[in-house]
Design a protein around this ligand. Structure first.
Ligand SMILES: NC(=O)c1ccc[n+]([C@@H]2O[C@H](COP(=O)([O-])OP(=O)(O)OC[C@H]3O[C@@H](n4cnc5c(N)ncnc54)[C@H](OP(=O)(O)O)[C@@H]3O)[C@@H](O)[C@H]2O)c1
Length: 251
């Protein structure tokens, strides 16, 4: 025990942005893709309640969520999360405008929807009126009429797989080739599980929500398990009102 006084105060958005900055370019000056995931889980491992993550989130979680978006070039998200959470385009935030400009970024990150079937409502604002065109990541065998519908709505279709599905490593490469290197994924669990299994995840920002829900909700990452558990190291830990904001990086 020490008698040090611990000061509790709310971090400013600028402080959060500095704390969560993406790694810089390599020694050669070349930016390399860095894939970060941001997820929230209850104490008993639920990644959603009644189909949404909002009931297990908090105001501080949303501040970090917004900050991580503001730092990213692109937000990669699975089609089911887009459908269930009715995803909207990312907004331009005045608080981050200067920083994004200095980093050579557009006013808001692009949203990249991962989908094989492309069973998406292309009349939604996500596709028709984003600040920067929404991307659709899919495979070469995706239904041609749905690819055409996506493009007609204004989305940029990026092929990152030979079959119907997206191959995670190829998606990361394809985004890097388009100049997107500060990558953020917001899941959902089925997508995140594939990113983990493919070994392309560099960082996990996991909010531990001080709630218990029991039930049969998904965990933050699903699908087949990896052969050997992947070890991550704790990079930072913040707390507000019992919520823990962890940040783990690949060791
Ligand atoms: N706790 C959290 O932080 C958090 C975060 C996000 C979401 N969630 C919750 O998670 C739930 C949804 O997650 P989910 O795991 O069911 O779905 P998901 O991962 O969001 O989306 C799954 C869908 O993404 C597409 N997809 C995934 N991998 C693909 C691949 N390799 N190639 C092509 N398409 C691929 C497929 O779309 P098609 O069917 O269109 O082919 C698939 O049906 C929601 O309840 C949401 O609230 C929680």
């Amino acid at each position: 025990m020490t008698d040090e006084t611990v000061t509790h105060r709310e971090w400013s958005l600028a402080e959060l942005a500095a704390a969560y900055a993406y790694p810089g370019p390599t020694a050669g000056g070349r930016p390399v893709p860095w894939l970060r995931a941001n997820m929230v889980s209850t104490l008993d491992g639920a990644a959603q309640h009644e189909g949404r993550s909002q009931p297990i989130s908090s105001a501080a979680d949303m501040r970090i969520f917004g900050t991580l978006r503001a730092l990213a070039d692109v937000v990669i998200v699975g089609a089911e999360t887009v459908r269930q959470e009715v995803y909207r385009p990312a907004r331009a935030r005045a608080e981050f405008a200067e920083q994004r400009k200095a980093a050579g970024q557009g006013p808001a990150p692009a949203i990249a929807v991962v989908s094989g079937r492309l069973d998406l409502d292309f009349s939604l604002p996500l596709f028709t009126s984003p600040l920067v065109p929404t991307l659709v990541l899919t495979g070469a065998a995706a239904p041609a009429d749905r690819v055409a519908a996506a493009e007609k709505a204004g989305a940029r279709v990026v092929i990152a797989g030979d079959g119907v599905g997206v191959e995670p490593a190829r998606a990361v490469r394809a985004l890097g080739d388009l100049g997107y290197t500060r990558l953020l994924t917001e899941g959902g669990p089925r997508l995140l599980g594939q990113l983990v299994a493919a070994g392309v995840l560099d960082e996990l920002c996991l909010t531990v929500s001080p709630m218990l829900t029991a039930g049969d909700a998904q965990r933050i990452a699903g699908g087949p398990s990896v052969a050997v558990p992947q070890r991550f190291v704790l990079a930072s830990l913040l707390e507000e009102e019992g919520f823990l904001f962890t940040r783990y990086q690949r060791s």
